[in-house]
Design a protein around this ligand. Structure first.
Ligand SMILES: C[S@@+](CC[C@H](N)C(=O)[O-])C[C@H]1O[C@@H](n2cnc3c(N)ncnc32)[C@H](O)[C@@H]1O
Length: 181
């Protein structure tokens, strides 16, 4: 049983570190974490990432980084048929509670501000959404401009990763008892 997580162009070292910790704690030996990192955050903020991962990074063997977009897309091409985009918009997406996560699937997560770009969304075979109740409200974006994107306020990346991961692994039947053994 294998599952891949692809984090696309994540900007904050905190989110990278927390994702490593989630993958290690919930899915060590089953989950591979791939980071598409064109900004080089994992290298330039290596010590922060390590600290935010609570040093699980020193034990998690399945963390890889790609900085080149062509290479990231070629890697994705090899997974065609089993690529899932996580989206904060329910239109055309299936609820993760009923989603059928299959062995070998790639689950993609987008940038904190922009989500997944269109060309990467086009490579996805399906879309999965975590149901949400909170409505959108006007708020300042990173430049201070007041925005109110969409109809719904979405979750932060660091919340989405463990929610999806836990549901997917549970659905794949990897947990037998509280400690997953
Ligand atoms: C903060 S969100 C990006 C918001 C961006 N404005 C957008 O519309 O995609 C960062 C990432 O978290 C994930 N995400 C956020 N809320 C989600 C939800 N309810 N269900 C599934 N994934 C979600 C998606 O992978 C998204 O690309």
């Amino acid at each position: 049983m294998r599952m891949h997580l692809l984090l696309w162009d994540v900007e904050y070292s905190l989110n990278i570190g927390l994702a490593i910790r989630d993958c290690y704690v919930l899915g060590d030996g089953i989950v591979d974490l791939m980071l598409f990192d064109p900004r080089g955050v994992a290298a330039s903020k290596a010590e922060e990432v390590r600290r935010y991962s609570s040093y699980t990074m020193d034990h998690f063997q399945s963390f890889n980084t790609i900085t080149d977009k062509e290479r990231a897309m070629s890697w994705l091409e090899t997974k065609r048929g089993n690529i899932i985009a996580t989206v904060p918009d329910k239109d055309g997406a299936e609820d993760i509670m009923t989603f059928d996560f299959a062995d070998g699937c790639v689950v993609m997560f987008g940038n904190e501000f922009h989500g997944l770009p269109t060309d990467i969304m086009d490579l996805a075979d399906s879309k999965a959404v975590i149901p949400m109740r909170g409505k959108a409200y006007p708020r300042p974006d990173s430049t201070g401009k007041i925005v109110g994107i969409g109809k719904q306020r979405c979750l932060g990346l660091s919340a989405c990763v463990p929610i999806v991961l836990f549901h997917a692994l549970n659905k794949m039947g990897v947990y037998h008892g509280w400690n997953g053994t």
